[in-house]
Design a protein around this ligand. Structure first.
Ligand code: NCD
Length: 469
């Protein structure tokens, strides 16, 4: 039998739509094993297939649901867990890097779930670990397994994602749950309405990715404005199967607004991410029964990744639209399924196995040692963590944007974008004046390309301006 490919889940985009469905199908099986219970949120009887397997939970940030549901999931699979949930008690406090830590823990476990305050930490861990790494939340980057719980909750409500009208509210800038969630919504063809707290809209790179990579298109404001006009933007996806490709400006009919105005299927609330921002937030949306009184919310499913800290009224808990405790409960079967599919836990012959992920063959990855060339511009990126500096590289995916006739860099770790940079050809020792020359240099081989923040930095390394034609 061919060796199993090591798979990590650092982003929701590490899983294809089909693979997400496979996780759900398997999670359903773990749910089916449940005994009837008088307590509605008790989930999981034990499958014993994971006997002998160990999950390592490595948490550098507080957690209740994610860590405990992963650990519960492994126990319910028949396996065991080891945990490091307080950085003060591990060698991190002595200055040990994440990279070294996961290399060591790979020998103690079969799968690692990581939570870390830095954006892109999961990608760094995946570069060094020799067992699968699952991202349990990395800074403001992503929280893919929360999204699996969110989507599964909607599936259990029989809500098909295609054309679903979903409002996401609160701190859309700092909520990693939102970033994974909106990518998945776009990929499955839902319509996304953003209702951010003041100044807390989706980060630029998430917005760009929704549009350029996942074929979402923001509708002009007049198409969706109504009396209760707190929606900041509305993205719709074209009526055709999602393809993970860089197709800009897909043409489609945007008469969908009538439907969108009249019905909201899902309302996803998030808390202010106080640990990520220096300033308190003003005008934070607070959702309660009064807010949800309008007829368009009559059948709305209310989701929240939890914890809530005042933005979601507890009086809603007994409302049949409130699904957030159920959403948290599904963490166990979902994480059981994900662990089983990523490790070699036997899950029955007829069960699907992960195929290869997305084809990355035509994506150019640029990589240089950390002391050479441009660094990621996101100050919270893992590359800027002094403990990790020696273990990271200036590493970017080089994306061609056909519509803009330009290239963009996406940080390999945190996936933040850089549009402004200066590229040089190392063989010809010239600064590249435009898109065409960058393309030619990439075609010569990525080692011919070197990227600097600006002309002055390129010049200081001896690269001259190309003479214009
Ligand atoms: C979320 C997180 O950690 O990002 N919590 C969770 O895992 N359910 C949401 C949050 O902390 O706001």
């Amino acid at each position: 039998m061919a060796a199993r490919k090591l798979r990590h889940v650092t982003s929701i985009n590490d899983l294809s739509n089909e693979e997400i469905e496979k996780v759900f199908d398997l999670a359903e099986r773990y749910l089916e094993k449940l005994p009837d219970s008088t307590y509605p949120y008790r989930i999981g009887s034990s499958a014993r297939d994971g006997s002998g397997h160990i999950l390592a939970s490595l948490f550098y940030e507080p957690s209740t649901r994610t860590r405990l549901s992963f650990e519960s999931a492994m126990l319910r699979l028949g396996g065991q867990f080891i945990t490091s949930a307080d950085p003060a008690t591990s060698s991190v406090a002595k200055g040990e890097s994440l990279a070294d830590t996961v290399r060591v823990i790979s020998n103690y476990s079969d799968v690692i779930v990581l939570r870390h305050p830095r954006d892109g930490a999961a990608r760094l861990a995946a570069e060094y670990a020799t067992v699968p790494v699952i991202n349990g939340g990395d800074g403001a980057h992503e929280h893919p397994t929360q999204t699996l719980c969110d989507l599964f909750t909607l599936r259990k409500e029989n809500k098909q994602l295609r054309d679903l009208n979903v409002v996401v509210s609160g701190d859309l800038k700092g909520s990693r749950t939102i970033h994974s969630f909106v990518y998945a919504l776009a990929r499955f063809g839902a319509n996304i309405m953003t209702m951010p707290a003041k100044g807390m809209g989706l980060p630029h790179h998430v917005d760009a990715r929704l549009q350029e990579e996942f074929n979402c298109r923001p509708l002009p404001r007049h198409k969706y404005e109504d009396k209760n006009a707190s929606i900041d933007a509305l993205y719709v996806t074209p009526d055709k199967p999602h393809q993970l490709s860089l197709i800009p400006n897909v043409e489609f009919d945007d008469t969908a607004d009538v439907k969108i105005r009249s019905k909201v299927d899902v309302f996803y609330v998030t808390r202010f991410q106080k640990e990520r921002w220096a300033e308190a937030s003003e005008e934070y949306p607070r959702i309660d029964a009064k807010f949800l009184k309008a007829s368009k919310y009559a059948e709305t499913s209310v989701l929240h990744p939890l914890p809530r800290v005042g933005e979601l009224d507890i009086a809603l808990d007994t409302d049949s639209r409130a699904l957030y405790f159920q959403q948290a409960a599904y963490g166990v079967p979902i994480r059981m399924a994900l662990i089983a599919l990523l490790t070699d836990i036997a899950v029955g012959e007829q069960l699907p196995r992960f195929e290869n992920g997305f084809d990355e063959a035509d994506v150019t990855t640029y990589s240089q040692p950390p002391d050479l060339g441009m660094r990621c511009g996101n100050p919270n990126c893992i590359v800027h963590d002094p403990q990790e500096r020696a273990y990271t590289r200036n590493k970017f995916t080089v994306l061609h944007r056909a519509a803009a006739k330009a290239y963009r860099l996406r940080c390999f770790y945190c996936e933040a974008d850089i549009d402004e940079f200066v590229a040089v050809n190392t063989r010809r020792r010239k600064i590249l004046p435009g898109e065409a020359e960058i393309g030619e240099t990439i075609a010569e081989g990525p080692e011919s390309l070197l990227i600097f923040a600006d002309h002055a930095e390129a010049a200081s390394h001896g690269f001259a301006e190309s003479r214009s034609a």
